[in-house]
Write a protein that binds this ligand. Sequence first.
Ligand code: T46
Length: 141
Amino acid sequence: MSTTVGRVDPCRLIDLPDHSDDRGGLTVVEGGRDVPFEIRRVYYIHGVPDGAARGAHGHRRLRQLIVALHGAFDVVVDDGHASARFRLDSPGRGLYVGPMIWRDMVDFTPDAVGLWLVSELYDPADYYRDYAEFRRDARAL
Ligand code: T46
């Protein structure tokens, strides 16, 4: 993916430290080391019905790493100027998404389990739910 998306901090794929051996896989994410933020909240999404989408919002401050622990899904990121689409399909690689990015998660496989490691506690005031408002503020950066 060649398009750079993220005026505050570019979205990017991060290969995670792998400690797999003949006993199986073990992947590590350390806050402040493997991701450029301290991890304050974790959630996971699973059992997404066929054709369903999640997201459709932006965040003002929140930073996150998104990992497909199982199965696969796409993340479409948009900084108000450019957009890019990433297919996540490996527990060994995550997508970093910084502040002021609109995101949509689509094309989940039936077995997909997504893990979100994020920098902030849940705060509805951090969300943009209206794309026009997001785009106006993002383009003013
Ligand atoms: C994101 C995508 C991938 C909480 O109470 N605490 C939480 O930490 C979260 C994430 C959600 N909720 C409640 C709020 C809503 O009543 O769970 C309900 C569904 O949340 P939401 O509509 O925000 O779900 P998504 O899939 O649209 O978005 C969530 C995250 O909010 C968002 O940051 O990136 O997952």
